[in-house]
Ligand binder design. Structure first.
Ligand SMILES: Cc1ncc(COP(=O)(O)O)c(C=O)c1O
Length: 379
């Protein structure tokens, strides 16, 4: 690998913040107790786990009793969908065609069951859900409905107005889950202000450790265990807690929210600079989704005019020490197209690349990447 890597793949995962790592280390060394043990070592671990829960609930403006630790965003979404549908006897589910695979595959599995009706909310070409259509669907459906719609799309960045979607769900007394994996740690989410029953988060999307996640479950819902066993996580998820990762998740939360205003502005300025530089320097570039509107400030999905070297673009960036992601109609490593770009009806002859930024990126890095792209696309 080249010595100087430029990492523009922060929607896939982010580097762990040094301070997060420091907060975790004691729990991988001396403070190794099991939080369920009642002796001193156990109590130290229990306190750490509960402090992390308090930190998360504080920033989301909710009660610690509504935060459940999991191993990742995927697990949180699986828990939410499977338990709600099974425990509440749901027969109608509303979702979308641009959800992350961990939601999509669950919804598709439900679709195969005779007793289930799955409805997909309409999407515009920028990746926004049609909330009037959501309202129509909910009006037509008889009985309780479960709505699962993502807060922000990981491939193109488009954001849903979660408060407005919640209001539609409230009107029809629907159970509402939102996959907030790309927005937790990046946007303020006030759970007292939004009608939502479940939201999912993942530590590695905001400089916490991989393998750390949580699910917010509104106290009104009583769900049965996803993993059966001991009474951990208030009987929802058995298994000895991953203390170091739970601590790291809490620390990453604290850092993210204490610095949110400043860092979000900085990252947005990186994205704006990249848009401006690409427009000015690379002919024929386009941008996918609502890139200058309701969209993640950390994600920019760029499309390039058809070129015979297209397939090599991401590979050549990689050789040049630039990490980005394929947001193309033919995803990296898989021979199937991106379901998101298909749903957005993007021009499949154009190559698209997702660049995603973090607080650790710089304007200089953007300039280097744009120069490299110009050379690859026009050279
Ligand atoms: C929108 C969204 N949901 C869920 C996930 C899954 O999260 P995790 O990697 O923690 O399983 C991701 C990760 O890419 C994501 O972007």
């Amino acid at each position: 690998l080249p010595e100087q890597l430029i990492y523009f793949d922060n929607a896939a995962t982010t580097p762990v913040d040094e301070k997060v790592l420091e907060s975790m280390l004691p729990f991988l060394k001396g403070d190794f107790g099991n939080p369920s043990s009642i002796h001193g070592k156990g109590r130290v671990a229990r306190t750490a786990v509960e402090n992390s829960r308090k930190t998360i609930s504080k920033y989301l403006n909710t009660s610690p009793s509504e935060i459940f630790f999991t191993s990742c965003g995927t697990e949180s979404n699986n828990l939410a969908i499977q338990r709600v549908v099974n425990d509440l006897g749901i027969k109608n589910v509303i979702s979308s065609k641009i959800e992350h695979h961990c939601v999509l595959r669950n919804v598709e599995a439900l679709e195969k069951l005779d007793e289930m009706q799955i409805h997909y909310v309409a999407i515009d070409e920028k990746g926004h859900f049609d909330l009037a259509h959501l309202d129509e669907l909910l009006t037509e459906i008889d009985g309780q409905c479960f709505v699962t719609l993502m807060h922000a799309n990981n491939e193109v960045g488009s954001m849903m107005n979660i408060k407005a979607a919640g209001e539609v769900c409230k009107k029809h007394k629907a159970i509402f889950h939102s996959d907030t994996v790309q927005t937790v740690g990046h946007f303020n989410i006030d759970l007292q202000d939004i009608y939502v029953h479940l939201i999912s988060g993942s530590g590695h999307k905001f400089h916490g450790p991989k393998g750390s996640g949580f699910l917010y479950i509104n106290n009104e819902l009583q769900l049965s265990p996803m993993i059966k066993g001991g009474p951990q996580e208030r009987n929802i998820r058995a298994g000895t807690e991953n203390v170091s990762h739970i601590v790291g998740l809490g620390k990453a939360f604290e850092i993210a929210y204490e610095n949110l205003a400043e860092e979000s502005k900085y990252i947005q300025s990186l994205k704006n600079h990249m848009i401006e530089m690409l427009r000015g320097k690379v002919s024929g570039v386009g941008f996918i989704g609502d890139f200058d509107g309701d969209s993640l400030y950390s994600v920019l999905n760029v499309s390039f005019p058809p070129n015979k070297k297209d397939e090599m673009l991401l590979f050549n960036l990689d050789i040049g020490g630039i990490c980005a992601s394929s947001g193309s109609a033919c995803g990296s490593g898989a021979n199937v197209g991106s379901h998101v770009l298909t749903a957005l009806k993007t021009d499949t002859s154009r190559k698209t690349i997702r660049f995603s930024f973090s607080k650790f990126n710089t304007i200089e890095e953007i300039d280097i990447v744009v120069t490299k792209l110009k050379e690859l696309v026009e050279g």
